[in-house]
Design a protein around this ligand. Structure first.
Ligand code: C2O
Ligand code: CU
Ligand code: CU
Length: 520
């Protein structure tokens, strides 16, 4: 009667249809789990990058030239920066298409002293519009080089301002909204060093390129001769390269001729956080943070720098010895997922230091450096709160025509920065150097007590900072605050503030300027 259940084939009773279906389903699920599992294992294992022990350091470190300048009749120091497309041979015979300032990759080091008036004549000869932003510089908003100061392809821009801040290692890079990551990756970045009488009076290593060496660290991936700027699967922090270079030099070594060498470290990577140290475990003295000298040298064997941050360290060398500047895995309490896919497990042999057989004696480092002039938070006129998410700050994506915060010229404020986003972020504020008041309620460690314009904020952290806005006021031109993981910034993790006179309100921002030359 029934069609199923009683058919006999070869004397064996056939398994009921539902059982077979279940069995097939079961093995499908098992296979699927196995595939997903191995895919994950493969992704997870493949996501870890290390060049430790694999770098042969066969290239002498390039040192970016000091930019030539002229002095105008009124005393203004004038620089020329030409943004240009070109090709760079990172490896002999292999030409990589790159962008640079006054050259094919990176840019010259600009240098000026406190009190000087400077003008930078920027010429954009690139095939698309861009900007040049002076990261860490206190200056009028219209000179800042953010996304509101676009320089069209073929256009010019000549911002000028007076240097009114202490000696520091600042830098410059493009800031076109939505395009900053690619413009920086192609090679547009350079240093802007500031000097002052206080730092000149201190016995610090200060011969540029000799015992005072710029160290611009970037991570890169090559696909043949070309850069591969692709974001790998699961990398929600943005681009992470599989090797590093310094000042555009792959596998670099630097010859040291003095007992003490000062390294001006800049993390010019777009997403990677470095944990610098030396392969032989030696200690070094940190003397400066983003915006200038600390109150006293701080002895350490590790130094964490997130994208955009700078630090100056002094390393003692013995005649003839070698040591490797290494980046170690990150210990910032990231979760399992972000630790691996955010690059936290990665390590790199960044640069070798080779001491000459005989070294010139260096003066001992002073016990004290400079007195801090940073706001303390006690006179803060306002508190503001910033919830950091890759999807936007305080729930809002960057909008070029919206003023997010209006601050009064001449006042100090306390900003609370909260990251609960499950991934690492950092926070950069234009125009000011701030003091970190506390991290998760605890006073910052010594290296984070100096002047800062960018602070690393791992997920699960709250950082309070004190800032002072000295002006000038310009209600119509905003400064930016943003995550300096450039993929996040580009995606809209950025906001705008204007500085106004007491009682004044923010102006109406002009619609985003576009020259129509924009292309991909
Ligand atoms: Cu280094 Cu808003 O940038
Ligand atoms: Cu900046
Ligand atoms: Cu971010």
């Amino acid at each position: 009667m029934s069609k199923s259940g009683n058919n006999v084939t070869g004397g064996k009773r056939r398994m009921p249809g539902w059982k077979r279906a279940l069995l097939i389903l079961g093995s499908l699920v098992a296979t699927f789990a196995l595939v997903i599992g191995s895919l994950f294992t493969w992704l997870y294992t493949g996501a870890k990058v290390s060049t430790v022990g694999e770098v042969d350091f066969h290239n002498a470190l390039a040192v970016p030239p000091l930019a030539a300048s002229t002095v105008d009749a009124d005393g203004t120091r004038v620089f020329d920066l030409r943004m240009q497309a070109g090709e760079t041979e990172f490896t002999p015979g292999s030409k990589t298409p790159t962008w640079g300032f006054n050259g094919s990759y990176l840019g010259p080091t600009l240098r000026a002293a406190k009190g000087e008036k400077v003008r930078v004549k920027v010429a954009n000869t690139l095939p698309e519009e861009s900007t040049v932003h002076w990261h860490g510089m206190h200056l009028p908003a219209a000179m800042d080089g953010g996304p509101h100061q676009m320089v069209p392809a073929g256009g010019n821009w000549a911002p000028e301002w007076t240097i009114e801040q202490p000696a520091a290692t600042l830098w410059y890079h493009p800031h076109p909204h939505g395009e900053t990551e690619t413009h920086v990756q192609r090679g547009l970045a350079g240093l802007f060093l500031l000097d002052d009488t206080a730092s000149a009076a201190l016995p610090l290593p200060k011969s540029y390129g000799v015992d005072d060496i710029p160290v611009i660290v970037q991570d890169v991936t090559f696909d043949g001769a070309k850069f591969d700027h692709g974001h790998k699967l699961m990398r929600n922090v943005g681009f992470l390269g599989d090797r590093t270079m310094v000042n555009g030099t792959l596998d670099p070594y630097v010859t040291v001729q003095d007992e003490l060498v000062r390294l001006r470290l800049l993390n010019a990577s777009t997403a990677r956080v470095y944990t610098f140290g030396f392969d032989d475990g030696r200690t070094f003295r940190q003397i400066a943070s983003d915006g200038g000298l600390l109150e006293a040298p701080h002895t350490a064997d590790r130094l964490v720098l997130s994208p955009g941050e700078r630090a100056e360290i002094v390393v003692r060398m013995k005649p003839g010895e070698r040591t490797v500047l290494r980046s170690y895995p990150l210990d910032a309490g990231l979760d399992f997922w972000n630790q691996r896919f955010g690059g936290g497990d990665d390590s790199f042999d960044v640069m070798q230091l080779r001491a000459a057989p005989t070294l010139r004696p260096s003066a001992e480092l002073p016990g004290a450096l400079v007195a801090s002039a940073l706001p303390t938070g006690e006179d803060s006129a306002r508190n503001r709160f910033f919830e950091l998410k890759a999807s936007g700050i305080n729930g809002r994506k960057m909008d070029m025509s919206r003023v997010d915060e209006t601050v009064t010229r001449g006042t100090a404020e306390t900003w609370t920065l909260r990251n609960d986003d499950g991934m690492p972020h950092n926070f950069h504020v234009h125009d000011v150097q701030f003091r970190i008041l506390d991290i998760n309620g605890v006073a910052p460690p010594p290296p984070l007590r100096g002047p800062k314009d960018t602070v690393f904020i791992p997920s699960g952290s709250t950082v309070r900072i004190a800032l002072r806005f000295d002006g000038p006021a310009d209600p119509d031109t905003p400064y930016m605050f943003h995550c300096h993981l450039l993929y996040h910034e580009d995606k809209g993790m950025m906001g705008q503030f204007v500085v106004v006179e007491p009682g004044q309100s923010a102006g109406t921002l002009k619609p985003p300027p576009s020259t129509g030359s924009h292309q991909h």
